[in-house]
Design a protein around this ligand. Sequence first.
Ligand code: PHE
Length: 341
Amino acid sequence: MLKQLDTIYADALESLQAVEETTVLDTWYRDNLGKKGQVYLLTRQIGSLSKEERPLFGQQLNQVKQQLQTAYETKLAALKAAELEAKMAADGLDVTLPGRPLPQGGLHIITQTLRDIYRIFGDMGFQIYRSPDVETDAYNFEMLNFPPHHPARDMQDTFYTSQKDVILRTHTSAGQIRAMQEYHPDPVRVILPGMCYRNEQITTRSEIQFTQVEGLAVGHNITFTDLKGTLTEFARRLFGADRNTRFRASYFPFTEPSAEMDVSCFLCDGKGCQVCKQTGWLEILGCGMVHPTVLRNGGYDPQKYYGFAFGTGPERIAMLKYGIDDIRQFWGNDLRFLQQF
Ligand code: PHE
């Protein structure tokens, strides 16, 4: 039986050498050291030995058991390490590689344009004044000198709500009265940026939502010269120091006199090109002296106070500046467009 034990031991070690996977190693363990393994089966035959033989056999048996157990554990550790190594190689994980850069967002082209405008007017002492997108008919039209059936209301197709007299503002001019009411009797020098809404057919040139920046200055000695100086400086800071401006007479119910300002085309330098439609001029804003009725509605005595106001469209400015030919791009959320800026 001692011989048998030797053979079992030798065979077990040999077969252990050949094992290359942990699953095969499990089977090896069961066959050799398990409850029905060879070594255990031999233990059960101990009774067939004589009393003298038993201690020696028992000793040998325990030694074999222990040695096989140690050999098994060594093999198990080696296999596990090898399997981990193989898995890491297969997964191609190289922890020394630098991390992948996270995609970074950018500012929307209109936000950038707005900030350009804020900076210029900020330097001239204008503060930003926020007024609501959802307005009443009174602020958007009535107090701006549009009587209920005034034909000027046809200029803007309005989004009405189910609530009487509550509308989406069609222009930032609606905030003029709010600013005056809040500042009165102090002088006003604010710009009012924000989204406006018009129920229009969407085309390459018109959208149902767009931003505007309104400007308003009210004080004791404000003249049309101040308006021209301020806006000419604005155009030069925005489009370049060489720009010329011209003012054409226009009409708005809330300003008198009213004008539109053109800036000399910065693409062809006034010679005439596709963008300025061969005129050499680009229209960029509407403006005028605040109408006495509007001043009064804002709380100011038109005998003592004067003011100028203007309104410009950042989408239009960006279209001219960057040669964008479709206004729908701005709110279409196409990253291929947005990422260019
Ligand atoms: N609110 C006018 C528009 O939407 C622009 C404007 C603002 C004109 C202020 C004069 C003064 O077209």
